[in-house]
Design a protein around this ligand. Structure first.
Ligand SMILES: [Zn+2]
Length: 302
């Protein structure tokens, strides 16, 4: 069953939240009930509610942007969404998957004129900057949200595209769902990688089997949740970059067909990462290598 998802930003937890746990245990997000992508805080929302404003439409090849605010922001949303669509499809290897999100199947992005109007209509928390509605292949936001354009839009589009491919009820680890989406947030990728690097340096990086058991919805602090997203993104990024998008699509196909992650790894990557344990070793080796290269570079250049 498809579900609604609100978005939060793991890297920029909402300052308006009463505490970390408040935003962790708050609204359900993404596929499995939690996604911190979503930023908070924008400046105070505008004054007049715009519920009565007419909805206008801008049609792209894969998205239809409905908007109540300015045409220029709606046009930014359409342009960024089309670019993200192409990039995400390429990264996941789904480009040749078929003509999804075309014509009557285009995704819808609703841009409310003000934060107040968005919050009232979506029932999202006040600090939320975007919300996905999986039932209607729709993403909701409001006029002027830069974090939406930079981070939330690609994150939520990736959730939709990934889930439409593997199935909305297919059971996969949370690190895979959120890692795929977080990896698509290019604007925050270096920050995420730095967090994973620091965890490696301090010996706090989890093993992949341990990460697979982890669900930060169950009592994790804000810091732990951020680290979860960083590890998930780093891990998925490693799989994609080291094995390529064609294989990644094949891996996703095995998941769609009901195989476990372990089996899907074994079928897709028999010679390199045939199990969660092998994936763990290869990922850690990759991070250690990157750390050593960085250290050597630092010494060399100084
Ligand atoms: Zn998410």
């Amino acid at each position: 069953m498809r579900r609604r998802a609100e978005t939060f930003n793991a890297l920029h937890p909402p300052r308006h939240a009463r505490c970390g746990l408040a935003w962790l245990s708050g609204p359900e997000l993404c596929m499995k009930g939690l996604c911190f992508l979503g930023l908070a805080l924008l400046a105070a929302a505008g004054a007049a509610a715009a519920e009565d404003s007419p909805w206008l439409e801008l049609k792209g090849q894969h998205v239809i942007v409905r908007y109540q605010g300015s045409r220029s922001f709606a046009d930014d949303v359409r342009r960024r969404a089309e670019l993200d669509y192409d990039r995400i499809g390429r990264d996941l290897g789904f480009t040749r998957h078929g003509n999804f999100w075309l014509w009557d199947n285009r995704a819808r992005i609703d841009v409310y004129a003000t934060r107040d109007a968005y919050v009232a209509a979506s029932q999202a928390p006040e600090w939320s900057a975007g919300k996905a509605d999986y039932d209607h292949r729709a993403i909701l936001t409001f006029e002027g949200s830069q974090s939406f354009l930079d981070s939330i839009l690609p994150h939520e589009m990736t959730h939709l595209i990934f889930r439409e491919f593997i199935g909305f009820t297919t059971d996969v680890p949370l690190w895979l769902d959120e890692g795929v989406a977080q990896w698509a947030d290019v604007a925050n990728r270096s920050k995420v990688n730095a967090i994973a690097g620091n965890m490696l340096a301090s010996g706090r990086l989890l093993s992949v089997p341990a990460l697979t058991q982890l669900d930060p919805r169950r009592g994790a602090s804000g810091g732990e949740a951020i680290e979860f997203y960083a590890q998930a993104s780093s891990l998925v990024g490693f799989i994609m970059e080291s094995q390529g998008s064609v294989r990644f699509r094949e891996f996703c196909g095995h998941l769609r067909d009901g195989h476990t992650v372990d089996d899907a790894l074994r079928f897709t990557y028999p010679g390199t990462i045939p199990s969660l344990e092998a994936l763990d070793s290869a990922w850690k080796a990759h991070l250690e290598e990157a750390r050593d290269e960085q250290a050597a570079g630092r010494i060399y250049t100084h």
